[in-house]
Design a protein around this ligand. Structure first.
Ligand SMILES: Cc1cc2nc3c(=O)[nH]c(=O)nc-3n(C[C@H](O)[C@H](O)[C@H](O)COP(=O)(O)OP(=O)(O)OC[C@H]3O[C@@H](n4cnc5c(N)ncnc54)[C@H](O)[C@@H]3O)c2cc1C
Length: 672
């Protein structure tokens, strides 16, 4: 990494020539090392905060991390030039400039009046030069290279800020890791001096500042969605503050809807990487829903042609980008530990908060009135009873192999799901050839070659995968009772046979822990929450809690229902937030309505949901053709409301207030 400063220099060249001129100038200028020191130390290192660096580029995948900036040049009008070459220093300096933490002075100690940011991209040869002025520095000249590649609406003036922002926005759209999406988003907010907040105070500002064709295409999707009457122009829930635990597909989908309703939305995610390779089969309405949110703008290959699947990682990236661009606040590496009640001393009227880890994270101070548990099947939110559904022993194996995207690989047919009962010949031949005994198998060609299968215990024992036959399923599949190499071989053989040995190589992709991505797990038991919501009121503060996704209803994976029912539960939870926030319904009515809708969830199939996917909205009637919102009545959900307010206690106990006498009407069910 080389850094050089040159003083004094004055520019007589017209601005458009500057970008190509600067790197040349600095590559030929080589002052002695001692020349740097007086300038370097105070100028750069003293003002740098810990770097916010995106994760390193992994094999495959698209562009990740910061722009491959090879030169940062800071021209100083009438004073001199500071230039830094190489990454990550360039990136850090530019960040500090953008944040206004780094200021430049010329030799006479005067404040720099103009700071420019020049990046040279090595992959896509192009150059961008734009001016970004840190606060407190007067900018008297703005330059634009005029030959960067962003397309702007004809006639619209292009400010240097928006040119820099357009570049960062472009990279945000194509970023493919959790870290790089967050990195580019935060940089974008810095450049545009925006702070994520509720929809009405964030989205219109962002939209007005980004006008590239790509941005326009995304805004038109968002505008269409947000104009639905159920959001009331982002004013339906302006009084609500929502905390969502988990940035899995369902947590993010819930965040998007709550944000569109106008609530303030914060998501905490305990991980800092989206590392799940597994590929999800999506129901048609989910594909339609994601396309309406602009999925194709963020991931061009999204469900192209007849493809109806996506890797969890990509799905999370798409939803993350949508949520962020609408103004949702998302914190990575922050884990929800427990709820904190409103304090006894109510002088400051402090309400419900969460104890998060790390304890010094600012989100610990966030007060909310809605809490959504979207933290997957190991739900951490207390107060929700779970019921267990036990079936016969079922052992699933997932395996991900590297997709090198060769022509040979492209030709191999997917297996969108084949079960023993439908194709006994295939499974018998598999057993005869390999000793592998399966009940079903799925193969999707996505970012990886993804296989998922249900294996019979006896064949796992015979093939040496399971070491000892134990009664207790947990012990049976405990790592100490599993030979991982034999498991890898088992999965590889099954994959090879089922694709007629056509995949030229079967090298394992790596999982979250950097190990070959093969897993074996038990899905004999599945859990569902007994209730979808509850409400607690303490010291004048109500808290509405709800579960969504796997936390609410664990899916049976062969039906591919996880995301579909998960998204439905997200919409239903947001409909509940809307009812709660409207102030028109009593707490028990809100809870009863939510429980009425939850009763349908486990029965939903692609066939019995409404076929008009483009009309799906938060309104349950738009999705469930025969919904009865009063299937559960307020008096039946008294136990879900816990209050210390005497008036509300009265509501719970007074039969007249809760329609005690009105029993649910028996309805003839036609489908759902
Ligand atoms: C083998 C297999 C195959 C599957 N196939 C399909 C399929 O084909 N189609 C389909 O739709 N579904 C499928 N599923 C199910 C699908 O993966 C899930 O339904 C979906 O991922 C659920 O999303 P979620 O957001 O509810 O939970 P998750 O995806 O589990 O996300 C929960 C998030 O919460 C975070 N978290 C957890 N605890 C905390 C905490 N305390 N604080 C902060 N964050 C926390 C986690 O890190 C995680 O990011 C399959 C599942 C399996 C196991």
């Amino acid at each position: 990494m080389a850094v050089c400063l040159a003083f004094p220099l004055s520019f007589s060249l017209p601005p458009p020539f500057l970008p190509s001129f600067l790197p040349l100038l600095f590559s030929s200028f080589t002052p002695p090392p001692s020349f740097f020191l007086p300038f370097l130390l105070p100028l750069i290192f003293s003002s740098l905060s810990p770097p916010l660096l995106p994760e390193a580029k992994k094999g495959g995948g698209g562009r990740q991390g910061p722009p491959p900036c090879s030169c940062l040049a800071l021209p100083v009008i009438g004073g001199g030039v500071a230039a830094a070459t190489g990454s990550p220093l360039c990136q850090r300096v530019s960040q500090q400039l953008l944040r206004g933490r780094l200021s430049l002075r010329n030799r006479s100690g005067e404040s720099v009046v103009h700071a420019g940011w020049c990046t040279t991209h090595t992959r896509r040869p192009r150059s961008l030069f734009s001016s970004v002025a840190p606060p407190g520095i007067t900018v008297d000249t703005m330059y634009n290279s005029g030959h960067h590649h962003h397309h702007h609406k004809q006639g619209a003036p292009v400010s240097p800020d928006s040119a820099a922002a357009a570049d960062v926005f472009e990279q945000l759209c194509t970023a493919s890791t959790f870290k790089s999406v967050l990195y580019h988003y935060r940089l974008l907010c810095d450049v545009l001096r925006l702070k994520p907040t509720n929809f009405r105070n964030f989205y219109p500002k962002l939209k007005s500042k980004l006008r590239s064709w790509k941005a326009q295409a995304i805004w038109s999707k968002f505008d269409k969605r947000s104009s639905h009457k159920c959001y009331n122009h982002g004013k339906a829930c302006t009084n609500s503050k929502v905390l969502i635990i988990g940035a899995g597909p369902c947590g993010l989908r819930t965040a998007i809807e709550a944000q569109l309703l106008g609530a303030k939305v914060v998501v905490v995610e305990k991980r800092d990487r989206f590392s799940r390779n597994n590929v999800l089969h999506l129901w048609p309405f989910v594909i339609n829903d994601l396309k309406q949110l602009g999925a194709k703008k963020f991931y061009g290959k999204f469900c192209a042609g007849a493809i109806d699947h996506i890797s969890i990682r990509q799905l999370q990236c798409i939803l993350l980008k949508v949520a962020l661009l609408l103004g949702v606040e998302i914190y990575e590496n922050v884990s929800f530990e427990e709820l904190t009640e409103p304090p006894e001393d109510q002088n400051e009227k402090i309400g419900w908060r969460a104890r998060l880890s790390p304890a010094d994270h600012p989100a610990n101070q966030y007060e909310f009135d809605v809490l959504i548990g979207a933290d997957g099947k190991r739900n951490t939110l207390h107060g929700f009873k779970r019921k267990e559904f036990r079936g016969k022993l079922a052992i699933a194996i997932t395996a991900n192999f590297i997709n090198k995207r060769t022509e040979l690989e492209a030709r191999v047919q997917e297996i969108s799901g084949v079960a023993f009962i439908f194709n006994q010949k295939f499974f018998k031949e598999l057993y005869a050839a390999t000793g592998i005994d399966l009940e079903n198998i799925v193969y999707y060609k996505d970012e990886t070659h993804y296989f998922v299968m249900t294996a019979k215990k006896q064949s796992l024992i015979e093939k040496g995968v399971i070491l000892r036959d134990l009664q207790d399923t947990q012990q049976l599949l405990h790592p100490s009772n599993v030979d991982r190499n034999a498991l890898m071989e088992y999965a590889r053989e099954a994959a090879d046979f089922s694709t007629s040995y056509q995949l030229p190589h079967l090298d394992f992709a790596v999982n979250h822990y950097g190990k070959p991505d093969v897993a074996m797990f038990d899905f004999t038991s599945m859990f569902a929450a007994e209730n979808a919501c509850r409400m607690v009121e303490k010291r004048g503060h109500k808290l509405l809690s709800g579960l969504v996704g796997d936390s609410l209803l664990e899916p049976f994976w062969p039906t591919g229902s996880g995301c579909a029912r998960g998204f439905l539960s997200s919409f239903d939870a947001c409909w509940m937030i809307r009812s709660f926030s409207s102030g028109k319904m009593m707490p028990l009515e809100v809870l009863a309505e939510r429980e009425s809708i939850y009763r349908l969830l486990a029965q939903t199939t692609p066939e019995n949901l409404s076929k008009d996917h483009s009309s799906y909205s938060l309104d349950p009637a738009s999705r469930y053709p025969t919904i009865n919102l009063r299937a559960v009545l307020p008096f039946q959900v008294r136990t879900l409301f816990n209050t210390d307010d005497p008036v509300h206690l009265e509501e719970i106990t007074n039969p007249h207030l809760v329609n005690n006498d009105e029993l649910p009407k028996k309805r003839k069910r036609r489908g759902v």
